[in-house]
Write a protein that binds this ligand. Structure first.
Ligand SMILES: NC(=O)c1ccc[n+]([C@@H]2O[C@H](COP(=O)([O-])OP(=O)(O)OC[C@H]3O[C@@H](n4cnc5c(N)ncnc54)[C@H](O)[C@@H]3O)[C@@H](O)[C@H]2O)c1
Ligand SMILES: O=C(O)C(=O)C[C@@H](O)[C@H](O)[C@H](O)COP(=O)(O)O
Ligand SMILES: [Zn+2]
Length: 363
């Protein structure tokens, strides 16, 4: 039986335009309303894996009178490059895409990050709609307006804050997601649990195997709770001048691992190791109790996320962490927990403590 659509508002405060995240099934009928009546052309950016979905959406939009242009991009992180962004700009230019036209990003977080970035930069900013098709993109990437691409020097180093006009999370999309990608998204769900909503952790701990599949009894609730955490944070701090940094829990080391693996690891897997590290760092810095630190290991492992990374890679990881966006000058800054759902910033930790924390997560 299909559940009614849940709507979560994002923004609308501090001068930002509000938009909604819709969670449910068969939501494609909502796309035209979000496009609005000013657009003549709609560009549908989709990954190779979702070629059929992209084509079907274009056909539907064409029937409704729009000039629909499909822009197929590579799967996963290979899409988050300056070259692929330039390919998209070329496609927009060739189709005569104007300021009233609209970009739709359909896919995982890599695709929505790219599509949002292309929307932020084309003609200095056009309207865009996110249709996330992975757990990770639904609960995190498509919500909040952080868009961007990677460079050789690191993850998401070029980007813009450019919120979408709306986000459509069609849960049916998750049925075709490979299990590894599904589980990778659970890392951001678990992150939301540790930084703000521990009920998320309880729902996963109740039956971790069920949490690994879209058919699990708590799928919709886990997704909705995680989106609410993200919506609340970005609504009060869109441009990351303070509170929003908590969403970066586990990402300082996580992004360094992604770069070190040349973006072949999934983001969620790297963030899982990064959260394990952040928990050990907080424990060794005397901030976090043993039970909450240990809980990181048990919950991440229970759904099949990795906890460890190679010991000998530490010098390279340390170097990569220096370009983390939370760094200030030479000062490394980490999000850590003072307790469950009590995120805070740890600035310039003692290098010996950092190494000792890495020793706890290294293999
Ligand atoms: N902007 C943000 O706030 C934010 C937040 C979190 C993560 N991110 C970014 O999101 C990216 C990770 O996103 P992801 O985990 O969704 O991975 P992804 O976008 O790389 O997708 C994983 C794979 O699944 C395929 N795919 C997507 N949907 C599918 C479906 N329904 N069925 C079958 N295959 C499908 C993709 O083509 C890809 O090959 C990273 O680049 C990360 O930096 C951004
Ligand atoms: O939305 C945010 O803010 C986040 O930090 C969410 C993260 O899960 C996400 O991976 C984000 O893209 C990381 O941002 P970055 O600024 O560290 O590149
Ligand atoms: Zn992330």
């Amino acid at each position: 039986m299909s559940k009614a659509v849940t709507r979560i508002q994002v923004g609308g405060t501090a001068g930002t335009d509000p938009y909604e995240v819709l969670i449910g099934r068969q939501l494609l009928g909502e796309v035209a309303g979000l496009i609005g009546d000013k657009a003549k052309r709609v560009a549908v950016v989709h990954p190779e894996a979702l070629a059929e979905t992209g084509e079907a959406l274009c056909a539907d939009l064409a029937e409704q009178g729009f000039e629909a242009v499909a822009i197929q991009v590579p799967n996963a992180e290979e899409a988050k490059t300056a070259e692929v962004a330039a390919y998209c700009w070329k496609a927009l230019g060739q189709s005569g895409f104007t300021r009233t036209d609209v970009i739709v990003g359909v896919g995982g977080g890599a695709t929505t990050d790219l599509a949002g970035f292309v929307a932020a930069t084309w003609l200095r900013g056009v309207r865009w709609i996110a249709i996330p098709t992975t757990v990770l993109a639904m609960v995190d990437a498509a919500v909040g307006g952080k868009t961007g691409i990677n460079t050789a020097e690191g993850k998401n180093l070029v980007g813009a804050f450019h919120p979408p006009a709306g986000v459509l999370c069609d849960l049916a999309a998750l049925d075709s997601l490979p299990v590894n990608d599904y589980v990778s998204g659970l890392a951001e769900v678990i992150k939301a649990g540790f930084i703000a909503d521990p009920v998320i952790l309880e729902l996963i701990e109740e039956d971790p195997q069920a949490a690994r599949t879209p058919a699990g009894p708590h799928t919709a609730e886990l997704i909705e709770r995680s989106i609410k955490v993200k919506a609340e944070v970005v609504s009060s701090d869109l441009k990351e001048s303070g509170l929003r940094e908590i969403l970066n829990y586990g990402h300082t080391l996580g992004h360094a691992i992604e770069k070190n693996e040349r973006y072949k690891w999934r983001h969620g897997a790297a963030v899982a190791v990064g959260m394990h590290f952040a928990a050990e760092l907080a424990r060794l810095a005397g901030r976090l109790d043993d039970a909450t630190a240990d809980r990181h290991r048990t919950v991440l492992e229970s759904v099949g996320l990795p906890l460890r990374y190679r010991y000998d890679q530490w010098p390279k990881l340390l170097e990569a962490m220096k370009v983390d966006k939370k760094s200030r000058g030479d000062l490394l800054r980490f999000i850590v927990l003072d307790g469950l759902a009590k995120p805070t910033v740890l600035e310039g930790p003692d290098p010996a403590v950092l190494l000792a924390a890495y020793g706890e997560v290294a293999e």
